[in-house]
Write a protein that binds this ligand. Structure first.
Ligand SMILES: [Zn+2]
Length: 427
């Protein structure tokens, strides 16, 4: 998850300040409160060549992590209209050539048990209802072939990922229900530990995965759900690689070598993930992209508190609002020079680094749109063609760019599906 500014903070600081939770709520009818100019990017659109456009719009562009789901819970949000706030809606997905999007089903780690399941199911229902309502543009799919078919029909493929193992309330039956309803991956933890797995941003209590946690991974393999290791502790990651029969991915994580966040991946981890056929999906959140931004935030914890309070004032408990407002207020801090300005090209640095470590077949895109703080120049989905343009400028071949945009994820999904079939056949 991720919510916009808030989220990022949530993700990193977890206790207290804003957690994604904040985000969920609502949509923020911020309309009136927005300070003109602060939220929408002030940067000039970078030039995108005709060749880049042609390549981008003929590729299947997959984004493995978006928190727009939190906004669906607000009746005033219209996915079909171009919104002034946030990063994702149908017009902007089309304008940016986004072909497949994984909507995150997320609740804060502190919510557990029956309440977690209730809210998880409500979000799945909200995604399914949105797809139904906008069936001329969206189609709910859960397989790699489904994504390709949607692309051929000129529709955007909508998928779901569960963000946080706490959402299953320690019940494999709940996991199976989520899978049956269309959830295609599960992030084993969010910012806090799950009952059976340690997070990278909480005090370890399980030493990685518990026995039940290992059963969860095995059941996900059987169900054909991708095991997502974003957010988990290094030990949980190592346990997953040992147990999982299928390749796994990080749905929204960056490179620790560039920005030393515990939630990012070390080069060793990226290499191990790739060696097992996995994919690291690069996250656009400034606090994971930029060491400078992260240092500035750490140096001024009072700002985080102030931002959290302001978000609370504006949104109360509406988490969708919290995510969007958190991002907007953070940008105000940047514009007045308190926090460093991070440019979208930082995303390309992380892609480049991950490709060097993992190889071209193991890197993709997991934006964290609508759940994190976006860099300048990547405010919303309309900016995605710039990534293609920048990769071509750096000398990537067209085939390599297609892999990063989505083909690597499609290959991984197909492999996870194949292994699921084998396991179900008893092989
Ligand atoms: Zn997240």
């Amino acid at each position: 998850m991720s919510a916009a500014r808030c989220n990022p903070r949530n993700e990193r600081m977890k206790p207290g300040i804003m957690s994604k939770a904040r985000l969920q709520a609502g949509m923020c009818l911020l309309t009136g409160m927005v300070l003109a100019g602060t939220m929408v990017a002030v940067t000039k659109a970078d030039r995108v060549t005709e060749r880049a456009k042609q390549l981008h719009f003929s590729s299947i562009v997959v984004d493995t992590h978006d928190d727009t789901t939190q906004r669906f819970l607000d009746r005033e949000f219209d996915l079909g209209a171009r919104n002034a706030l946030g990063s994702i809606d149908i017009p902007r997905m089309k304008a940016g050539g986004l072909g497949a999007i994984f909507f995150s089903i997320w609740i804060p780690s502190k919510i557990t048990g029956p309440e977690a399941v209730k809210r998880g199911r409500a979000q799945i229902d909200a995604v399914r209802e949105q797809v139904q309502k906008h069936s001329a543009d969206l189609v709910l799919v859960s397989t790699a072939d489904g994504i390709r078919e949607a692309h051929n029909q000129g529709k955007i493929a909508a998928l779901m990922g569960i963000e946080g193992g706490h959402l299953i309330a320690s019940d494999l039956g709940v996991l199976r229900v989520y899978a049956a309803l269309g959830a295609r991956y599960m992030t084993l933890t969010h910012s806090g530990n799950a009952e059976w797995a340690d997070s990278s941003t909480a005090k370890p209590v399980h030493h990685g995965l518990t026995q039940f946690g290992k059963d969860v991974v095995r059941e996900m393999n059987r169900l054909g759900m991708i095991v997502d290791i974003s957010h988990v502790s290094d030990k949980t990651f190592a346990d997953v690689l040992e147990i999982s029969k299928a390749p796994v991915f990080a749905s929204h994580s960056d490179c620790r070598a560039i920005c030393d966040a515990p939630r990012n991946m070390s080069d060793d981890m990226i290499g191990a993930l790739a060696a097992r056929g996995g994919v690291i999906q690069i996250n656009y959140h400034v606090g994971f992209l930029s060491q400078e931004f992260r240092n500035a935030e750490k140096a001024h914890p009072e700002w985080d508190k102030a931002i959290a309070m302001e978000v609370q004032n504006r949104c109360r408990d509406r988490e969708g609002c919290q995510l969007i407002e958190g991002d907007r207020i953070t940008r105000e801090y940047v514009l007045r020079g308190d926090l460093p300005r991070v440019e979208w090209t930082k995303i390309i640095e992380h892609i480049d680094h991950a490709v060097k470590v993992a190889g071209i077949d193991h890197v993709g895109l997991g934006s964290d749109f609508d759940g994190a703080n976006m860099p300048f120049g990547m405010e919303d989905a309309t900016k995605l063609p710039q990534i293609t343009n920048a990769l071509l400028e750096r000398g990537y071949s067209e085939g390599d760019v297609r892999k990063i945009l989505g083909e690597n994820t499609l290959r991984l999904m197909a492999e996870v599906e194949r292994i699921s079939r084998e396991l179900n056949a008893g092989n």
